[in-house]
Ligand binder design. Sequence first.
Ligand code: SF4
Length: 344
Amino acid sequence: MRVKALGMISGGLDSTLATKILVDMGIEVEGINFSTGFCVTEHSRNFKDEKKPLRPNEALRLANELRFKLHLIDVSKDYLPVVITPKYGYGANLNPCVDCRIFMFKRMRKLMDEFGAQFMFTGEVLGQRPMSQHRQALKTIERDSGLEGLVLRPLSAALLDPTVPEVKGWVDRSRLLALAGRSRKPQMALAKETGLEDYPQPAGGCCYLTDPQYTARLQDFFDHNGKANLTNEDVILLKVGRHFRFSENIKVIVGRNERENNFLKVYENGRHVFRVPEWPSAHMLAEVKGALSPDEVRRLASIAARYSDAEDKGRVAVEHLNGESAEILEVSSIEEAALEAWRI
Ligand code: SF4
């Protein structure tokens, strides 16, 4: 019988090594790369550094290198409730790692049937992540997703109970590894040994939900808009630009470079727009609940003036657009201290 394994592939070093171990054993591998909406590669952090290229999808790169089929699956809509109401709570930031794994493993269970795979595998390492990769969490995740005995973790398998593919002899347990803990040095040494050179830097961070700055913005959203109102559009916009909480009802997003300015222009609908037409300037959006007072409009315009090349030129003409209405205001740049107090 030809054995097929379905892998959860991020394309990072750990899933690269796990896949290589199974491919070298002659197991047929297919890969799944889930897109949650919170993955760094979807809207790379490199957004803020225009000189760096956007990060590629590493899973696709790996599938190409090791020659296996990879399925890119967008789960972002169904994933929002996992972030909003996680049964097992959050980690150090707003990362609901245990619920996230259960959500993905349940999907994997269905996909195994669809693709005719006998078991699934991951690049997880025992004890590497404090919330989801300790022994008890691994068991809870398997149990709650209906996958007991069917999840192989080739990098730590020798330290874990034998799984169905090992017991049935589909996989040679003696060729599985006994890695544990947070250090990535053994994986890097192994990559060198096996001639793997092209992999992303380990522990580079692949999920915005573990990023303190991103999760501060997400928490601000929860506090001011309510968790239940989070949409996929909000998830995207929280990744881009500088964010300022101006008041209970007003949040401001300011692009940091041309890449972000162009991106923000796509999201003008339903938001107030401020820009400085006569000078190079950042694109600025204001998310407003209710109506703006004339004083609030002027204060917001002064933020747009601050992020223009005319910031030190005294009075600056700032354009304010709100749906069909447009006006020009003459304002000075906002004071730095006020701005810093609003920064999220
Ligand atoms: S770090 Fe992010 S993607 Fe990884 S398990 Fe936690 S919530 Fe899920």
